[in-house]
Write a protein that binds this ligand. Structure first.
Ligand SMILES: *[C@@H]1O[C@H](CO)[C@@H](O)[C@H](O)[C@H]1NC(C)=O
Ligand SMILES: *[C@@H]1O[C@H](CO)[C@@H](O)[C@H](O)[C@H]1NC(C)=O
Ligand SMILES: *[C@@H]1O[C@H](CO)[C@@H](O)[C@H](O)[C@H]1NC(C)=O
Ligand SMILES: *[C@@H]1O[C@H](CO)[C@@H](O)[C@H](O)[C@H]1NC(C)=O
Length: 462
């Protein structure tokens, strides 16, 4: 540490009589050394306090934001992105980046968040200090979130026009970028990466509760996959290009491509999967549009569905249009694939039968009754003598389509595996390939109309 005063004090007395100008020069040298340690120029540092009037949307002064919060906009703004403190529960704030034009009557989505699950209170601060660390802290100074970029050469903070927030060094290199820490949303150009990360999106728990939900979109060396509770896969990409050529995936990026109809202003939006050993791309086509689609985002929803929204700049109300929904009632069309909604784990609640995207039944040991959202199983308990199984024919678990199960095994072995496992709620068995799936949660069962698939559900004897 440079601390000039103890050594300076005696000199000061001596110099002040003989040569006052020398003293000034000495001070200047000391302070210039100090400044060269403080890398971020003073006019680039900032400190915003979460205080003052709260805004909200209403019927005509509508600057509506997603989740209907109250919020405080902060000065950093690059059209159409703005940083805000927002809250759906009083005194429980998230620092988020909002996308959309203020003069429109369209709900503005949150496309990035700093502190999901770690809300801050009134008078919290968001600051870029002279050392280059970007910090979200409580009023008492307790750090809630930070970029860990102190003394790494940061000279400025910026929101780029694609929504990427960056801390740059003097050569323009990104020392930190928000694109590397997504929550549930990808913007155009933002990527998930197998090595180095970020490797997943995690859904939000609910509109009012901003903590991690149960769904994740994960990029893996061989596939892009959706999981319920980290280990129950309910969708994965089937890329023949990747599996045939024995290559691995490097990253998945949301991209816009100009198509051959460029002169008509066609753009197509794709989620591209760049694979390792060749320049070939595997991709999931998500739509083709006639307008400038650079403002688009891919969202892993609260319900575990994957949706792509694009922004139509010349539309006043409802400017966000839903372009693609992965689990949808639609048939496959134009190179786009859709999954039946029945494959969403929670489509029919804790325990329900689903067919053609509709909840059609509530299975019980005495037959299938009308569906309601309260359908559930009774706890079978752990004692083998205390439960039995009942069979549902032509039914699959939500994990069956995209996981291999185990096997070939005999059905009796599959059953005894479930019987010995207290947490097993039932098992699923395919007689044609002798495959077995153990289920720890039943959730939505899909009717497949195939007598080779059956579910065996544990139920208490009394
Ligand atoms: C926030 O800080 C201001 C100014 O110091 C103070 O008047 C106010 O009471 C604080 N608000 C809360 C909720 O602590
Ligand atoms: C696939 O690649 C892995 C690792 O490069 C290698 O060990 C394996 O033998 C390859 N398999 C085939 C079928 O080429
Ligand atoms: C699309 O919009 C973006 C952002 O507004 C702009 O930078 C880009 O040049 C536009 N592209 C075309 C082809 O108009
Ligand atoms: C039932 O499953 C078998 C094996 O997977 C398949 O060959 C058959 O086409 C299926 N039948 C129906 C009605 O889906």
């Amino acid at each position: 540490m440079i601390h000039p005063y103890p050594t300076l004090a005696p000199n000061e007395v001596a110099m002040s009589t003989s040569s006052p100008s020398l003293l000034i020069i000495f001070y200047f040298l000391v302070s210039s050394i100090y400044i060269s340690n403080a890398i971020v120029p003073a006019n680039e540092t900032f400190r915003y306090v979460n205080e003052g009037d709260l805004r909200y949307g209403n019927d005509y002064m509508v600057y509506l934001s997603e989740y209907a919060p109250t919020y405080r906009p902060l000065p950093p703004f690059t059209f159409p992105f703005q940083l805000c403190f927002y809250n759906t529960t009083p005194n429980s704030y998230t620092l988020g980046l909002r996308m959309g034009t203020v003069r429109s009557e369209t709900v503005m989505p949150w496309v990035w968040e700093a502190n999901r699950g770690k809300p801050v209170r009134e008078n919290a601060t968001f600051s870029l200090g002279s050392d280059g660390n970007l910090i979200l802290a409580e009023a008492n100074g307790q750090i809630v979130w930070q970029t860990n970029t102190a003394n790494k050469g940061v000279v400025s903070f910026a929101i780029l026009s694609n929504g990427n927030m960056v801390l740059q060094d003097s050569t323009g290199k990104f020392v930190w970028q928000s694109f590397d820490s997504p929550t549930d949303t990808l913007l155009v150009g933002q990527a998930l990466r197998v090595s180095g990360g970020p490797y997943k999106l995690v859904s939000r728990d609910s509109v009012t509760n901003n903590v991690d939900g149960v769904y994740s979109l994960v990029i893996e060396p061989k596939r892009l996959a959706l999981y319920y509770k980290n280990n129950m896969r309910y969708w994965s990409s089937t890329f023949p290009e990747i599996n045939r050529k024995n290559v691995t995936i490097i990253d998945a990026t949301l991209v816009i491509l100009e198509t051959e109809y460029e002169e008509n202003n066609f753009h197509s939006l794709r989620c591209d999967i760049l694979n390792g050993q060749s320049w070939e791309f595997a991709s999931i086509a998500m739509g083709q549009i006639r307008y400038n689609s650079s403002l688009s985002y891919l969202r892993l929803g609260i319900d575990g569905n994957l949706r792509l929204y694009t922004y139509r700049a010349n539309v006043i109300r409802n400017a966000w249009s839903l372009l693609y929904t992965m689990f949808d009632k639609r048939e496959d069309e134009g190179g786009m694939t859709f999954e039946d909604e029945c494959h969403l784990p929670n489509r029919c609640g804790k325990f329900g039968l689903c067919e053609d995207s509709q909840c059609v039944g509530c299975p019980t040991p005495n037959g299938v009754f009308a569906w309601s959202k309260d359908c559930n199983t009774k706890s079978p308990g752990c004692k083998e003598s205390g439960f039995k199984y009942y069979e549902l024919k032509g039914v699959d678990h939500f994990t069956v389509k995209y996981t291999g199960g185990t096997g070939p095994v005999k059905r009796s072995d599959c059953e005894s595996k479930c019987t010995k496992d207290c947490k097993c709620m039932g098992y699923f068995y395919h007689t044609d390939r002798s495959r077995c799936w153990i289920a720890y949660e039943l959730k939505t069962l899909t009717r497949v109309g195939n007598s080779t698939s059956s579910a065996y559900i544990k139920t208490p004897l009394s």
